[in-house]
Design a protein around this ligand. Structure first.
Ligand code: IMP
Length: 451
């Protein structure tokens, strides 16, 4: 097992692409040297898979640090929690012998209720119908109404209710039956007409205020021992000199402000989300690692300049097992887009890169990396998160030599083929940030710590 880098008081691990960069494995690795692992954004839309001693664990809500006995795993206030999914995840881990006693949930984290998931699905279905009917009459896609291809986990509607305020429920509210009853009934009074207007015969809403209220109170009772003021807890840990590891979910290009809006998730996915989503000021960070795959993937709708629709894309998808941890959807696959990664590194202020899935690229004669975009006959080196503009750009590629041999058994950078080292050096130079960790497979041991 590799030796992790020097301990740091507050570290962040964030994704520099469209999610699924392999953050879970890196968080799992770094958790060893931190006292607590803290989630600050997103919800059960995220999917982190970690392989420990040959066993694969797929986590959605629970921070990856839970796989270390005795570590604190904190779900911060910025996360939206589906309490039933959380219980499923807890039960699943317990049935595999994982000690989950280190889990703590913020009383201020918002609750994802069944009607949020229904709303998410109905909105997606409606937008899909609108785009299909537009396609069938040959109308141009103006980009005004489009299906985002969400995970349908209720994430957007739960965050929207958080901003609406009056009808939202926080985890702490689940312990107050009267609040649950009042908020659920008002929320459904508001949402009911929309559900009734949109429902089709095949999809009855199955939404009943009394049933949801009872279920929410019951799940709150079960989770009560875990719910607390995590902001206070985290500042208490910092005061004792303990180290915290912040685990970003989703990816920077899916950030609600800095991503390819509207094809984004509903939270602040980068380092800027840490202050908002935990109450620990972002300036407490002593290191920020940006995780990126050696190529690009995206799930759901939205522009992806380097997307491959050919056999090369299929090969990478199959080798990289590029199917969603949360939804099982095949991921869109493309060559590495360094224009996008450089932008994401800038937004997050990362001081180190973590390159994952490098092993997947073995066996290609040559590899392409996108180093500029061509728009209206001009080459630009700047990333634009503006979706309609990004949809029009043509990638400009630099071609690098590939390598033949499998590298998943290599354990140090010196053992990598020259071409693989040249690929790394090219990334470092282009992004202007050093590569600190390389991953050549899902196992903890398939990791090279450089600095
Ligand atoms: P939502 O987060 O379910 O609302 O989905 C919004 C967009 O973000 C969709 O394109 C999803 O596929 C994408 N998305 C959300 N979470 C993840 C993730 O963890 N990995 C990859 N894509 C994600």
């Amino acid at each position: 097992m590799p030796t992790p880098p020097n301990p740091a008081r507050c570290s962040a691990v964030v994704g520099l692409q469209w999610g699924d960069e392999g953050k879970g494995k890196i968080v799992d690795l770094l958790a060893a040297e931190h006292d607590a692992v803290v989630r600050y954004n997103g919800g059960a839309n995220a999917g982190h898979s970690v392989v420990v001693q040959g066993q694969r664990f797929a986590l959605h809500l629970i921070p990856s640090g839970i796989l270390y006995p005795g570590k604190l795993a904190v779900i911060g206030n910025g996360v939206v929690v589906d309490p039933w999914k959380l219980c499923e995840e807890l039960d699943g881990l317990a049935s595999r012998g994982v000690d989950t006693s280190g889990l703590v949930i913020s009383d201020r984290a918002h609750v994802v209720l069944p009607y949020h998931k229904l709303e998410d699905a109905m909105r997606e279905d409606l937008f899909q119908r609108v785009s299909q009917s537009r396609d069938s009459v040959g109308e141009a896609d103006t980009g005004s109404v489009s299906s985002i291809g969400t995970t349908r986990r209720g994430i957007g509607p739960a965050y929207a209710d958080k901003i609406h305020r009056a009808t939202a429920l926080r985890m702490g509210d689940l312990l107050r039956p009267e609040a649950v009853k009042a908020n659920v009934s008002v929320a459904l009074a508001l949402k009911g007409p929309m559900f009734r207007a949109l429902v089709s015969d095949e999809q009855p809403p199955g939404i009943n205020a009394a049933e949801i209220t009872d279920a929410a109170i019951a799940v709150g009772r079960r989770l009560a021992p875990l719910i607390q003021d995590t902001t206070d807890l985290l500042h208490g840990l910092l005061a004792q000199g303990k180290s915290l590891l912040f685990e970003g979910a989703n990816g920077t290009l899916l950030d609600v402000d800095h991503g390819t809006y509207p094809f984004v998730t509903a939270s602040s996915t980068g380092t800027a989300g840490i202050g908002v989503g935990t109450g620990v000021p972002t300036q407490r960070l002593t290191r920020a690692l940006g995780v990126m795959k050696a190529y690009a993937t995206r799930v759901g709708g939205g522009p992806m300049p380097t997307e491959l629709h050919d056999q090369t894309g299929n090969t990478i998808r199959t080798r990289g097992r590029e199917f969603g941890t949360t939804t099982g959807r095949p991921r869109r696959v493309g060559w590495l887009d360094l224009v996008a990664v450089k932008y994401a590194a800038m937004i997050n202020g990362v001081d180190g890169l973590v390159l994952t899935m490098l092993d997947v690229l073995s066996g290609f004669d040559e590899l392409r990396v996108c180093t500029a975009y061509r728009v209206d006959g001009r080459d630009i080196s700047r990333f634009t998160p503006d979706a309609p503009t990004l949809a029009r750009v043509e990638p400009v590629y630099t071609t690098l030599a590939g390598w033949r041999d499998a590298i998943d058994g290599r354990r140090s950078i010196e053992q990598l083929p020259d071409q693989a080292r040249a690929y790394l050096a090219f990334i470092e130079r282009f992004v202007g940030v050093p590569v600190r960790i390389i991953s050549v497979g899902p196992g903890r041991e398939q990791t090279m710590i450089l600095s």
